[in-house]
Design a protein around this ligand. Structure first.
Ligand code: COA
Length: 184
């Protein structure tokens, strides 16, 4: 893929998608500071901790993580990452996360980022993509991935807790990948 990639959003505003790069640390920190707690809660790490962001930048060259950001007016407004194992029984499966700044939601930015992560997964020769999403907390994402032919492969009842301690179901959404878009 060639970067930066200009993408036009629903309101005709433009954002540029490009890989996360050295020097983005403070922009990424500012981005996560403006993401609501409920959304950050669904992530695997506390992105308000400087040590978490620092570790991401130390791992920038890792073959197992591909991270992209969407930039608008010199600010990061969206982030996406594809995670692979590189070894073992699930090395053919990628996992991903996408997160968009609240004021940039519903403008197709999440779709642009997801498209790039799917393309990156296909380029890596992966056979499937998986996202574990929490019902009642990540419903927008569940709808968004359904549009890209992700199917519910499993449901874990009352598996997740929200910041208030309420239980939620978690769904395992999986998409089979093809070698190229023309194979769909
Ligand atoms: C999920 C998320 C990334 C979507 O980003 P976005 O830029 O708003 O997504 P898009 O505008 O491209 O919308 C794509 C589709 O998602 C669905 N969608 C988006 N927001 C929705 C909402 N609030 N409720 C229901 N469906 C919604 C729609 O089907 C939409 O397609 P449409 O515009 O053709 O109707 C964003 O809501 C977000 O950052 N949420 C918090 C973090 C999160 O849950 N991440 C998921 C981890 S993978």
């Amino acid at each position: 893929m060639s970067y930066p990639k200009e993408c036009v959003l629903k309101d005709c505003e433009e954002a540029a998608i490009r890989p996360l790069e050295e020097g983005d640390e403070s922009l990424l920190t500012q981005f996560f500071e403006t993401i609501p707690e409920d959304d950050r809660w669904c992530m695997r790490y506390d992105t308000t901790r400087p040590s978490v962001i620092k570790r991401w930048f130390e791992n920038l060259a890792s073959d197992n993580v591909f991270a992209i950001v969407a930039v608008c007016n010199n600010a990061i407004v969206g982030h996406g990452s594809l995670h692979t194992r590189g070894f073992g029984a699930t090395k053919h499966v990628g996992r991903f996360r996408v997160i968009v700044l609240p004021e940039f939601r519903n403008k197709r930015l999440g779709t642009w980022i997801l498209l790039d992560l799917i393309q990156a997964a296909m380029d890596k020769g992966l056979e499937a993509l998986r996202a574990d999403l929490i019902v009642g907390m990540e419903d927008a994402a569940i709808e968004a991935v359904r549009k890209f032919d992700f199917f519910k492969r499993a449901e874990l009842k009352n598996y997740a807790v929200d910041p208030q301690g309420e239980r939620h179901d978690m769904v395992v959404m999986v998409k089979r990948l093809h070698k190229g878009w023309s194979d769909f």
